[in-house]
Write a protein that binds this ligand. Structure first.
Ligand SMILES: *[C@@H]1O[C@H](CO)[C@@H](O)[C@H](O)[C@H]1NC(C)=O
Length: 836
């Protein structure tokens, strides 16, 4: 999956590589300093010897410089989305959203300098913990969206020890600035009948990023009447925090109030700032009850931490209202847009109390109806539990959509005619990205190949969201046609990634999965999709052309992933992060002779989709250019010639390989790779697993192909890929099965069950199960058995843990890796719906 944080776990390995790089840089630097010291003799040498040399070198230097510039220059094709498409004027209903997936609850605008809102909370008592951002290890959970329609409404449940929080929002359209919205946060004890009810603080905050627009209106000590503000995008607006009530009715509850504001310290520092300001001087004193101490904010009534000239210096503002109440209770926050209120919303009444309850209920009802209409789980006879899982899968994916804005770091392709030029990483231009994320706690940012899978589900629900996401991703294209596989945009995203993993390499690809939702658009007949594809075509074309040219392999029509790890003595099998299958075993000795089967299949799929697209759009030139390529890549005899391994009886990678590698303890170095006999030689790579299945997974084989049978054999064999929980990534019979890649790097794609590939497999089995051919009946049978295994296990794990997981154990089905993982694991819904 090629993820920075995953790589961080292999840090000593990567650290070794960084150290090696630094050592290589060292002598060069020393040399140049020496050159200055040697003075005039050096000048003579410079003219006679160095100058001609430099002139030759400058040719390649210029070329490197040119490449470096192109790497961080945006592609010149017209944008796939209309100008200002994220603005409240053009897309008012998407302007506000839960576009901060890494916080438990928050909303912001789709804007480079957004207005942000969020929630923190703490339970008072022995060791209060301030909750704000989703974390793997903070003990909160399970949590996730029960409903989220991706647009205007959502309800989330969060378990935090003895507490159960419910966070809900609903939007009300109107005006020209994105309309109104309201929140309700309900806090209840986990179990009823507990004796001492806890005291809980909710912290509602508003932050601006670089623009100062907020004016707090103080009601009483520590309590705000409302916060008003104005910005060019939002016009006039007002936030009002209503008094706490008992859940489900309007009986008021006593609340203690604290307030704090300052200039914005930087979004990643908000939690720390609040933590550092909390102090224990405060008492909660409801009438007739004994007072209770709590941690509260100090109640500053002026903007703090101003710059020397009294200005905020464009850092923005941070304003937080704390309300402390005995559990159980509900609190509502109302955002009113001036133009929406003036345009008729005021007459409808404030979206709070019973009106809010009504709005939430009618949205929940509409969600249920639309969900059944779209996926028909009930009609297909799936159980209420399965339907609930499906709703949570969809809602979690939609609730994980974020809006990011910022500049990535790019390392240009440095290889110029054999010589490697040193080029520093450069900043990519500032770009927006509207995307779903793999995991709110662990990977809360955009990942290229994940997104193609995400959008397969999103487009069934709301094709417009998919056009928005694809349009944004295609907006990241550089002048060469490259898109970086991991997008770390903005401070909030950057703080989650160790500095050495911020850099994206412009020579490295990633599977072109965005073409999967594109292919689905082509099957449908939505005029809006076709209009989008027409605008997007030049970018899709450039992206595909870059892929198939830059990753060309050693022989025609073969392909090779650039960017395998180099062969370090600590690695069992150098990883191939660009493939997305990180540690899936490849040739034991990386070399330019490699031919990668999965990549070839991705390129074949890409050529096929591009040609279909060009045909549909009447792009005759592109059809003429890509048609022959698609035909050659689709020709089974060429695939056979390059990848069929008769000795293995399956398709395989090809490269310099030996099976005789293993890790051996060698103190004090730890585990070290030992290569035995037979020595590596050019051959097919014996690593049976997901890669072997790619011609099947991407439906590249004819139903009468003689290769289909053998692939179904390994798929269905429990000694190889079949497990009771889904297809395992690497055959149980493989010597690499379940093996660590280094002392610090546990197995990742070496046995575990992954939902994205199982979804592709289900789609392929369903496909061959519906086409006449010698394997039709078998494919159909395998489809229904695999579907039952995969869906059954994800459901069991969801019921046991409350989460969808990154991967599942092929031994006992247990959820593994990070959670919640409502990226591609959400495809379980499409598997239930049998929608491929
Ligand atoms: C394969 O790798 C070994 C070890 O690095 C090397 O000696 C050999 O020349 C390589 N063979 C080919 C054909 O590249």
């Amino acid at each position: 999956m090629a993820r920075g944080e995953r790589r961080r776990r292999g840090a000593p390995t990567d650290g070794a590589r960084v150290a090696e790089g630094a050592a290589r840089g060292g002598p060069a630097r020393r040399e140049s300093r020496g050159g200055v010291a040697r003075g005039t003799v050096a000048a003579a040498v410079l003219v006679i010897v160095v100058l001609p040399l430099a002139l030759t070198l400058s040719g390649s230097w210029l070329l490197a410089w040119h490449r470096a510039r192109r790497a961080v220059t945006l592609h010149s094709a017209p944008p796939a989305l209309p100008p200002d498409s994220s603005s409240p004027a053009v897309t008012p209903d998407l302007f506000w959203g839960t576009y901060r997936p890494h916080v438990y609850f928050g909303m912001k605008t789709r804007s480079p300098q957004p207005l942000l809102t969020g929630l923190m909370w703490a339970q008072h008592g022995t060791t209060p913990k301030l909750r704000h951002t989703c974390e793997q290890g903070d003990g909160v959970g399970p949590y996730g969206w029960e409903f989220h329609d991706g647009l205007s409404f959502g309800r989330q449940h969060i378990q935090d020890g003895a507490l159960r929080l419910t966070t809900e929002f609903v939007k009300r359209p109107g005006g020209q600035h994105g309309g109104d919205w309201s929140w309700r946060v309900t806090v209840e004890p986990q179990a009823s009948g507990t004796s001492a009810l806890p005291l809980v603080s909710l912290f509602f905050y508003v932050a601006t990023d670089g623009k100062e627009v907020l004016v707090p209106e103080v009601e009483a000590k520590g309590q705000l009447k409302f916060i008003s503000g104005h910005s060019s995008e939002l016009g006039d607006f007002r936030f009002t925090l209503l008094a706490p009530t008992s859940p489900g009715n309007t009986t008021p509850k006593y609340g203690s109030y604290n307030v704090f504001w300052s200039s914005n310290p930087g979004l990643p520092l908000l939690t720390e700032m609040v933590k550092s300001r909390l102090n224990g001087w405060f008492q909660h004193r409801p009438p007739g009850a004994s007072p209770e101490r709590y941690l509260g904010l100090p109640g500053s009534l002026k903007w703090e931490d101003r710059g020397p000239n009294g200005q905020g210096q464009g850092q923005g503002q941070f304003l937080i209202q704390q309300v402390t109440v005995k559990v159980p209770f509900s609190v509502e926050l109302v955002f009113e847009s001036g133009s929406a209120q003036a345009g008729g919303n005021q007459a409808l009444g404030q979206l709070a109390g019973s009106l809010l309850t009504q709005a939430l209920e009618s949205h929940a009802e509409a969600f249920r109806e639309r969900f059944e209409k779209t996926f028909q789980l009930q009609k297909k006879g799936l159980s209420p539990e399965e339907q609930a899982l499906g709703q949570a899968a969809l809602s979690g994916l939609l609730g994980g959509i974020g809006y990011f804005y910022g500049q990535g770091l790019v390392l240009p392709d440095m290889k110029v005619e054999g010589s490697e030029q040193k080029v520093a990483p450069a900043l990519f231009p500032p770009v927006p990205l509207f995307t779903a994320v793999p995991s709110r706690s662990f990977f809360p940012r955009g990942f290229l190949w994940d997104e193609g899978f995400h959008q397969l589900l999103v487009q069934r629900w709301d094709p417009r969201l998919t056009r928005e996401a694809l349009g944004h991703w295609l907006g990241l294209l550089n002048a060469d046609g490259w898109i970086g596989r991991e997008q770390v945009l903005g401070d909030e995203a950057r703080v989650r990634v160790p500095p050495e993993f911020l850099v994206q390499r412009a020579a490295h690809a990633n599977p072109p999965t965005l073409l999967l939702p594109v292919a689905h658009m082509l099957e449908g007949n939505d005029p809006a999709d076709l209009a989008f594809l027409r605008r997007a075509f030049p970018r899709l074309h450039a992206w595909f052309s870059w892929l198939h040219q830059s990753q060309a392999g050693p022989v025609p029509l073969s392909y090779r992933w650039r960017g395998r790890d180099s062969a370090l003595p600590t690695l069992l099998n150098p990883k191939t992060l660009p493939s997305g299958l990180d540690d899936y075993p490849r040739a034991s000795h990386p070399s330019a002779t490699e031919r990668h089967l999965d990549l070839r299949c991705w390129v074949a799929l890409g050529a096929r989709v591009l040609v279909q697209l060009a045909e549909q759009l009447g792009e005759a030139e592109a059809v003429a250019e890509l048609g022959p390529l698609a035909a050659s890549l689709g020709a089974e005899e060429i695939l056979d010639e390059l990848h069929w391994a008769p000795e293995l009886g399956v398709f395989a990678d090809f490269g310099n390989h030996t099976k005789a590698v293993h890790l051996k303890p060698r103190p004090p170095h730890g585990l070290v790779r030992v290569v035995g006999r037979p020595h590596p030689r050019l051959q097919y790579v014996d690593a049976l697993g997901y890669v072997s299945l790619f011609p099947l997974l991407l439906r590249l084989l004819d139903p009468h192909s003689s290769r289909l049978g053998p692939l179904l054999d390994v798929l269905a064999d429990s000694r190889h890929l079949w497990s009771p929980f889904g297809l395992r990534s690497l055959a149980a019979s493989s010597p690499f099965y379940g093996q660590r890649n280094s002392e610090h790097d546990p197995p990742y794609w070496r046995g575990a069950v992954w939902l994205n590939v199982n979804y592709l497999a289900l789609g392929a089995l369903h496909h061959y199960g519906h086409l006449k051919g010698p394997h039709q009946a078998r494919a159909a049978k395998l489809h229904s058995e695999l579907r039952a295994n995969v869906v059954g296990n994800v459901l069991r794990q969801y019921q046991a843990t409350g989460f969808l997981w990154e991967q599942y154990s092929d031994r006992d089905g247990r959820g593994m890796g990070c959670r919640p993982f409502q990226g591609w694991t959400s495809l379980v819904l499409l598997a239930m719906a049998e929608d491929y």
